[in-house]
Structure formats: structure tokens, C-alpha cells
Ligand binder design. Structure first.
Ligand SMILES: Nc1ncnc2c1ncn2[C@@H]1O[C@H](COP(=O)(O)OP(=O)(O)O)[C@@H](O)[C@H]1O
Ligand SMILES: [Mg+2]
Length: 395
């Protein structure tokens, strides 16, 4: 894995050149005082210090393991390390190199943290977990992300799978309504029991806000909420967990990557060029988080006219464009998994709380949705084909 220096600061220029060069141990001792900004424990204790060298001219090189490539804390860590090591007498220059932990290192770190009960246990992130976790992502809202999520969930539950949905879309938590439930989760001891509808267990961010009032969710709050949904909700043995993510490429995608590194991404787009471009950006986040992109779903592809012809209301080709460009960007096949036609009944059934795949299983839109659900349900959860060699400092 490639790493590169990100900061190079001259310090201690006035220190006499006759002063002896400090030892590696002295530098490591200084690093004991550097806390990871998220976990708030010394980076030395977290196994985040990869290597320390001190050259004869007083230059210290410190290589640090980040937990994920998209780590938003890289600048903070770099400046904390630089400040701490600069303070060691005799150090004249500090160079910080960042690298990214492997899955095995992250697992070990999680285990270590859990041992001290600082980090809740997320069953889906366990090495032996058999639950497939899919994030449904889109560049913008209104493309049918939630409709696709609930229909895939209902179709898989209908096949006999045990399915859960996390509605993490802070901007429009619509999943419970589309599944026809307004039930609140109940609490048993420290466990949150999710309501179920049509055989699908569901937890929504909307269930935790008073009277559904909009809340300004900031990154860390959202991270903790998601962590709770994954760790404290009693899901039982799920075959599949779907996460309806907020549109865009924001914090929550990175949170998911940190909390469940094996989660895979499904991108929903409409056929429009403009929508395709934003969808592409949402998909490209996988490059940074090292998550696997399993495919693209084009929604609202056409309207079937009474004479059987197709009216391409929103243009055409967007889904294929996104699939092709993500395939190129990621260097692995990202297929267009289906094109869902416009169907007024899809909206009506969503509004009525019974997903279309159940309300009208043989409609053209249902057939496509069921086809995608079948593909997702029968994929093996193995890590074969996972993206393994992405430079951590890509952007
Ligand atoms: N294929 C479709 N045909 C007709 N209406 C659709 C289709 N897909 C989504 N809709 C409707 O479009 C609106 C937006 O869909 P929604 O799933 O809420 O999007 P998102 O979650 O991306 O914001 C909803 O009213 C939904 O019923
Ligand atoms: Mg939605």
C-alpha cells in the first residue's frame, strides 16, 4: 500500500547542532500523548503507529495507520503528531506519513476497543457475520432510493429471508411509511426492538425525533445514531440488512465504512444526464472507503404507453453511463442491475404502505425489482472481488 508524506515542518531551528540526536523511544514516548481524535485514546495504544525513525540530522519520521482511507481526521492526526514530536528536544524536523489499516488490523482494533467496552459491538462487523449489508445510495433525493429499498426488502422477505432496514436518510425518513408502520421501537434492557412490517424489521431515524420534527444532524451525532442502530438494535440473525442512506457523498457514507467495512453499495439514479453525474460522485466515494460497489439501479426509466410503446420522460442512458464510469473508476465490474419503469402504482402502493412487489407482484416494475432482489439475495457474502489496492491518499 502506498503512503506519502503529508506534512513537512521545520522546527527547532535554533537548537544547537551539537545537541545529541534523541532516541526513537523518546519520540514514541511523545506519541503516547497523541490521542486519536475519534476514539480519544493514545495512538500508540491503538496500534496506529506504524514506524518511527530519527535521522542523524534530527529529522523524525513518523508513519501512522489511519483506520479508514476516507478518515476525516487525517489533518488533525498529522498536526497533533507534528506538535508532540516537535517538542522533543533535539528534533529539528518532523515528517508524518499516513497509511491505511487493513481489514485485519481494523478488526483487531475493534476487538481491542470492545474489550474495554468503549465501542459498542456491531454484529454485522464481526468477521464471522453472515449478514450481507447493502447501502442504497444516490447522488440526489427524489430518485426513488427509498422506494427501491423497501421493495427490495419486501421482495427478499417474501423469499423467506430475514431482512432488516435502517432508514438513515435524515432528510426524508420515509421507509416506515412506505412499509406501512408507524410503530415505535420498544426497549428491552439495553436493547432496542425494531418494529416489523411485511416481514421486514425497520429502524428509522424518524422514530427517534419528537413528532417527526426535523433535526439538524451533525456528523458526530449522526455517526452515534447509526452506531446505535447497528449495535443496540436487536436485529436477530439477519440474512440481509439494507441501509437507506441520505443522498450525496457525506459523512454518513464514511461512518458506515468505519462501522461496517464489509457493507456494499448499490447506487440508484434516474436516466437523466445531470442525475447520472451526481450519482457517479456518490458511487465514487467507494474508492475512498474501499467498499465494494455492487451495481447501479436506474429508476423511472420510462413510462409504458397504452399502445405498449415506451415514453422516455426523463431521457435515457443515465444508468448505463453511471455503471460504465464507475466500472472505469474502480477497475472492477459495476453492472447496471436493472431499469425500473415509471409506474403510478409504485407510488400509490408506497403511500399506502404496501410495497409494489407485494401489492402487484407481476407488474413490470415489480418484476425488475424482484429480479434485483434475487440477485442480491443469492450473492455469496465472500470477500472475493473486493477492492483491495486503493491508494489511501487518492484525494
Ligand atoms: N418507478 C417509479 N414510478 C413512479 N413513482 C415512483 C417511482 N420511483 C419512485 N417514485 C415516487 O417518487 C417519489 C420519490 O421516491 P423516493 O423513493 O421517496 O425517493 P428518494 O428516497 O430517492 O428521495 C415518491 O413519491 C415515489 O413514490
Ligand atoms: Mg428517501
Amino acid at each position: 500500500m502506498e503512503s506519502r508524506p503529508t506534512l513537512n515542518r521545520k522546527v527547532g531551528a535554533t537548537v544547537a547542532s551539537t545537541q545529541s540526536v534523541p532516541s526513537v523511544d523518546a519520540v514514541k514516548a511523545a506519541l503516547d500523548g497523541v490521542h486519536d481524535p475519534e476514539i480519544n485514546r493514545p495512538i500508540t495504544e491503538l496500534g496506529m503507529v506504524k514506524d518511527v525513525t530519527v535521522a542523524a540530522d534530527g529529522t523524525a519520521k513518523v508513519a501512522v495507520w489511519l483506520t479508514v482511507a476516507g478518515c476525516p481526521m487525517r489533518d488533525t492526526i498529522t498536526s497533533r503528531v507534528t506538535a508532540a514530536v516537535s517538542a522533543v528536544p533535539g528534533i529539528r524536523d518532523v515528517r508524518v506519513e499516513l497509511d491505511v489499516m487493513s481489514d485485519a488490523q481494523r478488526t483487531a482494533l475493534r476487538r481491542q476497543l470492545r474489550g474495554t467496552a468503549e465501542e459498542p459491538r456491531i454484529p454485522f462487523a464481526e468477521p464471522g457475520s453472515l449478514t450481507r449489508v447493502y447501502c442504497i445510495a444516490s447522488g440526489k433525493g427524489g430518485v426513488g432510493k427509498s422506494s427501491v429499498t423497501v421493495n427490495l426488502a419486501a421482495a427478499m422477505a417474501d423469499r423467506g429471508l430475514s431482512v432488516g432496514v435502517v432508514d438513515a436518510d435524515i432528510y426524508g425518513h420515509s421507509v416506515p411509511g412506505m412499509l406501512g408502520t408507524s410503530a415505535r421501537p420498544t426497549q428491552v434492557e439495553k436493547m432496542i426492538m425494531p418494529p416489523a412490517a411485511h416481514g421486514v424489521k425497520v429502524i428509522s431515524i424518524g422514530m427517534f425525533t419528537k413528532d417527526n420534527t426535523p433535526v439538524v444532524w451533525r456528523g458526530p451525532m449522526l455517526h452515534r445514531a447509526l452506531q446505535q442502530f447497528l449495535a443496540d438494535v436487536f436485529w436477530g440473525d439477519l440474512d440481509v440488512l439494507l441501509l437507506d442512506l441520505p443522498p450525496g457523498t457525506g459523512d454518513i457514507a464514511i461512518s458506515v465504512a468505519q462501522l461496517v467495512p464489509t457493507a456494499e453499495i448499490l447506487v440508484v439514479t434516474t436516466p437523466q444526464r445531470a442525475a447520472a453525474e451526481v450519482a457517479q460522485r456518490a458511487g465514487a466515494i467507494a474508492l475512498q472507503t474501499r467498499q465494494r460497489l455492487i451495481g447501479v439501479v436506474e429508476n423511472m426509466s420510462w413510462l409504458e404507453m397504452p399502445d405498449g410503446s415506451r415514453n422516455y420522460l426523463f431521457g435515457s442512458g443515465g444508468g448505463q453511463v453511471v455503471a460504465d464510469s464507475l466500472t472505469r473508476a474502480l477497475g472492477s465490474d459495476v453492472p447496471l442491475m436493472g431499469q425500473i419503469p415509471l409506474d403510478p402504482q409504485l407510488r400509490e402502493s408506497g403511500d399506502a404502505g404496501t410495497p409494489l412487489v407485494l401489492a402487484n407482484p407481476t407488474s413490470p416494475a415489480s418484476v425488475v425489482l424482484r429480479g434485483i432482489a434475487d440477485r442480491l439475495a443469492t450473492r455469496s457474502r465472500g470477500l472475493a472481488g473486493r477492492l483491495l489496492s486503493v491508494s489511501p491518499s487518492a484525494r
